[in-house]
Design a protein around this ligand. Structure first.
Ligand code: COA
Length: 323
């Protein structure tokens, strides 16, 4: 039976840094409030002319190098994003063109901040089915282009970035055990960007092109959803939670991560964090965190890694793998 395993990782964040102290000068907030309520100290912001696919291309090339393959080896590119450069062509098509992955099919997946796990699941299943052997899965977003910089409830949270993994087919005892996806569309209004329509006076006046969020309610749902998703994925594979070596969480708020960790008795040293320097980079947060862990040489073959995320939709997801 074919399995898919992560053969390489890559990531990229834009150079421009916005600290909490910069935000203090823009809106009625403080470094202290942001730090204690979210764990974020600073975030990276894409330049005006820097797009999601620009960030993705750099992450993709880094993952390709890490996996010791060439672009021509890729059968498929899947990018999880809610901020593609344009409606179409998809970000994945632009990445395919720019890295010269001529053989690869390419499409995007939209499941907001859970998108990376959704895309990972699609890539994994297409390898398990035997259709493909080498798949690149990316999570990439430039949410700072759609945040309302006058709304202190949201603009302090987000940053831009891209992460990528290369999935390869293997028959060895390693790779993705299973992935679990969940959706509750009835809670969609907790986090939304309403307008896909052409800009009008009405959509501009009502700020429908920007993220709106009911943070407080989302906070509680996120803790419950990720806790249960981790319980599901570990239980269904017969692997106790304390046997997992690393938990890669979607980096939305350090207090959400800590609350899940407390409920499941997960020690801090198993939870790599990047939120303090990048904020919530949406679909990119998990592959960036994984890449930093991998490049620091901290994950060893045989380690068990669990992903858990939640996001707009509402969507949430978990995945478990052997490195
Ligand atoms: N600076 C200072 N004060 C702020 C602020 C800011 N940037 N943003 C909100 N406040 C104020 C609020 O207006 C409120 O004031 P009030 O009591 O006078 O009305 C107070 O701080 C508390 O607001 P509240 O919303 O209860 O704070 P919180 O502890 O829930 O933290 C979030 C707010 C957004 C950090 C938190 O709810 C959260 O992280 N939610 C999840 C969001 C998320 O993860 N979104 C992405 C999903 S992928």
């Amino acid at each position: 039976m074919n399995h898919s395993y992560i053969a390489g990782t890559g990531s990229y964040v834009p150079e421009k840094i916005i600290t909490n102290f910069t935000l203090e000068k823009m809106i009625d907030t403080s470094d202290e409030w942001i730090r204690t309520r979210t764990g974020i100290l600073e975030r990276r912001i894409a330049q005006e002319n820097e797009t999601t696919s620009d960030l993705s291309i750099k992450a993709a090339l880094s993952a390709i190098e890490d996996a010791k393959i060439t672009s021509g080896d890729l059968d498929l590119i899947i990018t999880a994003t809610v901020t593609p450069d344009m409606v179409f062509p998809s970000s994945s098509c632009m990445i395919q063109k720019n890295i010269g992955a001529h053989k690869a099919a390419a499409f995007d997946v939209a499941a907001a901040c859970s998108g990376f796990i959704y895309a990972l699941n699609v890539g994994d299943q297409l390898i398990k089915s035997g259709q493909y052997k080498t798949v690149m899965v990316l999570g990439a977003d430039t949410l700072t282009k759609i945040i309302d910089w006058t709304d202190r409830n949201t603009c302090i949270l987000f940053g831009d970035g891209a992460g990528a993994v290369i999935l390869k087919s293997t028959q060895e005892d390693r790779g993705i055990y299973s992935t679990h996806l969940y959706t509750d569309g009835t809670l969609g209004e907790l986090l939304e960007v309403r307008s896909l329509r052409p800009t009008s006076e009405e959509t501009l006046t009502n700020r429908l092109h920007y993220i709106s969020m009911k943070g407080n309610e989302l906070f509680k749902v996120a803790i419950k959803a990720m806790t249960e998703a981790i319980q599901d994925v570990t239980r269904s594979n017969g692997i106790p939670i304390d046997a997992v070596d690393f938990f890669i969480f979607h980096q939305a708020n350090i207090r959400i991560i800590q609350a899940v960790a407390q409920r499941l008795n997960i020690p801090e040293n198993k939870i790599p964090l990047t939120i303090q320097k990048y904020g919530n980079t949406s679909t990119a947060s998990m592959p960036i965190t994984l890449d930093e862990l991998n490049k620091a040489g901290k994950i060893q073959p045989g380690n068990t890694v669990c992903f858990a995320a939640f996001g707009g939709g509402l969507t949430w997801a978990s995945s478990l793998l052997k490195w």
